[in-house]
Ligand binder design. Structure first.
Ligand code: HEM
Length: 164
């Protein structure tokens, strides 16, 4: 336990273990997450729109990929290993808005459809990605662009179900 932190409530521990169990039942484990991160960011780097945005900001790709592994392990397996501030990082990127988030999500969904081990994994991970994208874009609309209209009317694609 970290110094000064309160022990997790047994119900919180049980809920975390249940989420992790359910994810693993769908074939979501550390090895799959590593493959997902590798494949997605390989596609990102090649992408006409997204590639230049990332390549202009990331010079240490292995360390970004390690960070993204910790992020997705924490989201999907409750690993608790991610330390960062995604909202601040994305607020600092001037070139991104609704259209780039739509593009990001469609490419992410494509990668999921290509490699996800089960239809449940496509739905779970695609759904999480969309919620996070929506929250980042809402932050950008409100705090960076002062555009409450965009925050209300943004349209981000949903993941399509995979064939069982
Ligand atoms: C237009 C879409 C996006 C672009 C262009 C983009 C670009 C970037 C870049 C350049 C970084 C590195 C920033 C830095 O280290 O200074 C970054 C970090 C990150 N991105 Fe994105 N991103 C996008 C969408 C997303 C989405 C939808 C998610 C989650 C589902 C996400 C999750 C993250 C995380 C977790 C980090 C690490 C943050 C940290 O270390 O605090 N990104 N992104």
């Amino acid at each position: 336990m970290k110094p000064n932190s309160v022990p997790a409530h047994p119900h919180a521990i049980a809920a975390r273990e249940m989420r992790q169990y359910e994810a693993r039942e769908m074939g979501i484990d550390e090895a799959f997450i590593a493959t997902l991160v590798d494949r997605f960011y390989a596609a990102v780097r090649e992408h006409t729109v997204l590639g230049p945005i990332f390549n202009a900001r990331i010079d240490d790709w292995p360390s970004h990929l390690a960070q993204m592994n910790r992020f997705w392990q924490s989201i999907l397996l409750s690993a608790g290993s991610f330390r960062g501030n995604p909202m601040m990082k994305h607020l600092a990127i001037p070139d991104i808005g609704e259209s780039e988030f739509q593009t990001w999500l469609l490419l992410f969904y494509q990668t999921l459809h290509d490699i996800a081990p089960t239809p449940g994994a496509v739905a779970l991970i695609g759904g999480k990605a969309r919620i996070i994208a929506e929250s980042l874009l809402t932050g950008i609309a409100i705090h960076r662009d002062h555009d409450a209209e965009l925050a209300r009317n943004m349209e981000l694609p949903h993941v399509q179900p995979a064939n069982a």
